[in-house]
Design a protein around this ligand. Structure first.
Ligand SMILES: Nc1ncnc2c1ncn2[C@@H]1O[C@H](COP(=O)(O)OP(=O)(O)O)[C@@H](O)[C@H]1O
Ligand SMILES: O=C(CO)[C@@H](O)[C@@H](O)COP(=O)(O)O
Length: 542
């Protein structure tokens, strides 16, 4: 027998990544990646070729099993270890990413009668078409003075479990009737590994409006939409598992897929963002981790319960046991840079970054709003859209690219300021995720926030975080804090704010704030009117 090992698997937006990690010190011995064959379905449904409406984003659950079959064996091969030394596996997922299933967990899209119905597929976190449902949930909750609303910064997102389910209830009653469980993909994958369904406390709290042991009441749901009152009891409610505990044991079938020993510990499911905090050793109050990739999630522990306007949510034990876990986010970050590179630039991210780095602050004469995928925090509105002010005939691709990098940094500053003002002080900013590779972006974040940036030690933060949870679930470490100290890593103050840059960005941030409030807080509702018109045109065409 060699030293004990665990496997962490991170299910991202486009691919799943597995790492094999040594339990004693967190050394990453090998990794494997599997790109989802279907990627994100946002234009057409492959089964029928049918066009999808605007703001739709679906996935195919069989692609996730492909990760277990391919990325895990690849990681074991890469590590060159004996699979018999692996004592546990844990997974993390994007969220809120939802799978409608039958009683035994079969996704409805795998039934022949539903393969042509888009509502039967996985609704990915960035499926944003349930905004009208979210607006109704928020208006009614405000009117009724629902006690859970402040735990979500005063606004429930269209990305979450209730808005997405209400969309199915209203637009596809046959799918709704056939759905026995409305399952987070984070839990569905654990179900595939263990053969039994355990609902994780993290997504139930942040995305499923479970607070102090209660979901929204039958009365509330009836008033929201008659017939929807039994949604919680019939489709949602399920026994919970706490983060870092054992959900079950690896089945013979999943052992054959992965090459791992049957019967090893499988941890309760978790979210890609929250699982990253221990990988960055950010388990104390005030340490905010920004996981920057396609989107950015900001997660942080707090000693006390506070109401932060426009946060995604606060959940007791939502990140580590014994503290309040806070979450905020930006729905588009790398996605916005990627959109610009794909459609408007004749150069790569690296080339645009190299050219943008040669400019002085303000030289491009632009200010942008980072809302191309809507605003997750602090406005919580996915009908808001992008803006670039100041373009002239002299504006070049690298100018717009830099303005977009800066816009996302301003968005993060808005979130940090909102936390500080609400009495949840941010004392350290730690960056994780794929965008840490862009040094210009990192320096802009340090200058805009006026905070030294710490950077996580691992390029696979979420997968390492999962491996940490696997170690705790297997009993190899006593708890997440101890495991984080042994297996996580962070490098402090890698990027420091430059005082002259801080002053220049303070001025531009004031301009950003004016635009932010004008377009986002009722000064001009043009973005909503355009979104409504776009929906109406799409409806007329379908
Ligand atoms: N050099 C770069 N600078 C800025 N953004 C980049 C760069 N390279 C890729 N991106 C963006 O990063 C995002 C992918 O980030 P990554 O962390 O790998 O994925 P995920 O968030 O899905 O885990 C894409 O949206 C892409 O447009
Ligand atoms: O919203 C959450 C977590 O709450 C994320 O899963 C979601 O933004 C997707 O993250 P990625 O950008 O794919 O890393």
């Amino acid at each position: 027998m060699g030293e004990p090992l665990t496997v962490g698997v991170d299910f991202g937006t486009l691919s799943g990544r597995a790492v094999v990690v040594r339990v004693a010190d967190g050394a990453e011995l090998g990794s494997g990646v599997f790109e989802y064959p279907h990627g994100v379905l946002d234009e057409t449904l492959p089964a029928t070729g049918r066009a999808l409406p605007p703001e739709w984003a679906l996935q195919v659950p069989a692609d996730y099993v492909g990760v277990l079959r391919n990325a895990v064996p690849a990681a074991l091969r890469d590590a060159g270890v004996d699979a018999a030394d692996v004592v546990g596996i844990a997974t993390d997922f994007t969220a809120c990413t939802m799978v409608p299933t039958t009683a035994d967990g079969t996704p409805l899209c795998e039934l022949p009668e539903f393969e042509g119905n888009p509502h039967a597929y996985v609704k990915l976190w960035k499926h944003h078409s349930a905004q009208p449902q979210a607006v109704r949930i928020n208006e009614l909750a405000r009117t009724r003075g629902e006690k859970w609303l402040p735990r979500y910064g005063g606004l429930i997102s269209s990305e979450w479990e209730f808005a997405k389910a209400l969309e199915i209830f209203e637009e596809a009653p046959d799918v709704y009737a056939a759905m026995r469980h409305w399952v987070e993909a984070a839990d569905w994958i654990v179900w595939q590994l263990t053969g039994s369904y355990v609902r994780n406390a993290c997504t139930a709290g942040y995305k499923g409006i479970l607070q102090d042991g209660q979901y929204p009441s039958r009365d509330f749901l009836r008033e929201l939409a008659p017939g929807f009152e039994s949604f919680v009891t019939d489709k949602l409610k399920h026994p919970l598992g706490q983060l870092g505990s054992r959900a079950g044991s690896l089945t013979a079938e999943a052992a054959a897929w992965t090459g791992l020993p049957e019967g090893i510990a499988v941890a309760v499911g978790n979210v890609d963002a929250h699982v990253t905090a221990p990988a960055a050793q950010a388990v104390e109050p005030g340490q905010m981790v920004a996981i920057m990739g396609t989107s950015t999630c900001h997660v942080m522990n707090g000693a006390e319960l506070r109401e932060v306007p426009g946060m995604c949510g606060v959940v007791e034990g939502g990140i580590v046991a014994g503290l309040w876990g806070y979450e905020a986010g930006q729905s588009g970050v790398g996605d916005i840079f990627g959109w610009f590179v794909e459609h408007f630039a004749d150069a790569s991210h690296e080339e645009l970054t190299r050219l943008a780095a040669q400019q002085e602050i303000g030289e491009h004469g632009l200010i942008a709003l980072d809302w191309h995928s809507g605003n997750r925090s602090v406005l919580v509105d996915h009908e808001l859209s992008g803006v670039i002010v100041g373009q002239t005939l002299g504006t070049r691709a690298q100018d717009v690219y830099r303005a977009l990098l800066e816009a996302t940094a301003f968005g993060t500053r808005k979130i940090i300021e909102t936390f500080n003002e609400a009495g949840v002080p941010v004392t350290e900013l730690i960056i994780a995720g794929g965008l840490t590779k862009n040094a210009l972006l990192m320096q802009i974040y340090a200058d805009v926030t006026n905070l030294p940036l710490s950077v996580i030690g691992s390029a696979q933060g979420p997968a390492l975080g999962s491996a940490i949870h696997a170690a705790v679930a297997a009993g190899a470490h006593a708890d997440i804090r101890t495991a984080a100290a042994a297996m996580g890593s962070v490098e402090r103050a890698v990027y420091r704010p430059v005082p002259a840059h801080v002053v220049a960005y303070d001025e531009l941030y004031a301009e950003y704030t004016q635009l932010h409030d004008y377009f986002g807080r009722g000064g001009n509702d043009v973005m909503h009117r355009l979104a409504a018109r776009k929906r109406a045109v799409a409806k007329g065409q379908s």
